[in-house]
Design a protein around this ligand. Structure first.
Ligand code: HEM
Length: 430
């Protein structure tokens, strides 16, 4: 199929303005705008932005064609100027073109760095970092803490200890990790922002929206923090950026939903008491027995997938394809009362099956390469936070579920909560 503007085989789509196409109508919440357009144009439609074609899909049957039936044709990426700058010319896995370099990098990453044997072998590092965080939370002595920040510190410590055996230590480390989180979060939002320079190459040098300037500043800060933390060693951005904001954001979203649903947190604490025991700390080997926790995490990933549009695919026919999983995760055709947080839906046999309307990690050749580590860290951290502590909101506050769109869908307002030790044996906190 040719992708010229007059091609009648293309799906329908909204008309844009002459020259710029649909660009002026794309606000910051792309996943919601795309869902609203799907109501008008159907589960597959097109957008032109200048001469670039975008296809947006939000039906599981069509998604299956992209990620399974014709996977290879849709396995490429087309990084924007911002994505290229952030990854030093797509020298990572996420934005690398589909080809031998990507294949080698991915193979090494999946089969060596994140192999089961290697993940088991470095569990001691994750355990050690978890213990330090338990102590840090306990020492806050019933003061309110930012859950996203503490989750981020935990994740960055776990990931960096796996990579370099290092850590961000104590208060200094915590503030550095928090600083790093702000910078990475800004970088991810810049990545998601439509940039005029991508569509008008002759305007690149003017950087009209200042996106490249902002990204350069963010990159400089990231490099400065990295140099300090890892002492000049080669940063592995795939793991450090891909693996920390996503997982910590899911921890924050899950904790927010738990704070809003006391019945769920009570049931989870009962499960933890039964599987782990109130005289023990959580270990990774408990995770597979924590069925209710697994359902909770899936439900949080359904409502708040960190990558609501996955990472766009670039086809052999030169067009970008967005898979709007956020819309599918909330489609009443597939879910009863889709906007309600109901982990039980994942306990029934029906939803345990792998359908294409639930894809928080994507699917096919480009499926999240960090999935095994992501699952371990998420479950381990959440189980520990909920088993070791009771959490209460500061007086007069209420958690919300407002979103901030970026490559990672974050919470707009940070969740702040007060922990108190839950287990009788206080030695477990020291
Ligand atoms: C809750 C946590 C996470 C979620 C929801 C998530 C989600 C995703 C999604 C949706 C994609 C794109 C998939 C597609 O295009 O079909 C992706 C790609 C990727 N993720 Fe994750 N991710 C998470 C954690 C991690 C972690 C912990 C790491 C690293 C340790 C990681 C590394 C990667 C890499 C390297 C890719 C690129 C794969 C490729 O293009 O070949 N992710 N992830």
């Amino acid at each position: 199929m040719k992708v010229g503007k007059g091609n009648s085989q293309l799906p329908p789509g909204p008309r844009g303005l002459p020259l710029v196409g649909y660009l002026p109508f794309l606000g910051r919440n792309l996943h919601r705008i795309f869902m609203d357009l799907a109501i008008v144009y159907g589960p597959i439609y097109k957008l032109w932005i200048r001469s670039k074609l975008y296809i947006i899909i939000s039906s599981p049957t069509l998604v299956k064609e992209v990620v399974r039936d014709h996977d290879r044709k849709f396995a490429n990426r087309n990084p924007t100027i911002t994505a290229s700058a952030l990854t030093y010319g797509a020298s990572d896995i996420v934005f690398a073109s589909y080809g031998s370099k990507w294949q080698i990098r991915r193979k090494l990453f999946v089969h060596e760095v994140l192999s089961k044997a290697n993940l088991d072998a470095v569990y001691a590092f994750r355990r050690d970092k978890m213990r330090k965080i338990i102590r840090e939370i306990y020492n806050k002595d019933s003061k309110a803490i930012d859950i996203g920040d503490i989750a981020y510190v935990t994740m960055i410590n776990m990931v960096s200890s796996m990579l370099w055996g290092g850590t961000t230590q104590g208060d200094k480390g915590t503030s550095l990790a928090a600083e790093f989180r702000v910078e990475v979060s800004q970088a991810l939002q810049l990545l998601a922002r439509p940039n005029v320079s991508d569509f008008f190459p002759m305007l690149v040098r003017f950087d009209l929206q200042g996106v490249e300037r902002d990204l350069k500043n963010v990159l400089q800060s990231i490099e400065r923090i990295f140099d300090f933390v890892i002492d000049q060693r080669q940063p592995q951005l795939d793991m450090v950026i891909g693996g920390t904001n996503t997982t910590s954001s899911v921890v924050e979203w899950t904790m927010s939903e738990l704070m809003l649903h006391q019945d769920v947190i009570t049931k989870l604490q009962e499960e933890l008491a039964e599987v782990v025991g109130i005289n023990n700390t959580v270990e990774e080997f408990h995770i597979q027995k924590l069925q209710y926790l697994q359902a909770i995490v899936k439900e949080a990933l359904r409502l708040h997938p960190p990558a609501p549009l996955l990472i766009p695919r670039w086809t052999t026919q030169d067009c970008n394809v967005f898979l709007n999983v956020w819309a599918m995760h909330r489609d009443p055709k597939f879910w009863d009362n889709p906007s309600e947080f109901r982990p039980n839906r994942f306990l029934s046999e029906d939803t345990k099956l792998n359908y294409f309307h639930f894809l928080p990690f994507g699917s096919g050749k480009r499926i999240c390469a960090g999935l095994p580590l992501a699952e371990r860290m998420l479950m381990y951290v959440l189980a520990t936070f909920v088993h070791m502590f009771n959490w209460k909101l500061p007086d007069g506050t209420k958690p919300d579920t407002l979103e901030k769109f970026g490559i990672v869908l974050e919470k707009a307002t940070p969740l702040v909560a007060i922990p108190t030790a839950r287990l009788p044996n206080l030695e477990l906190y020291s």
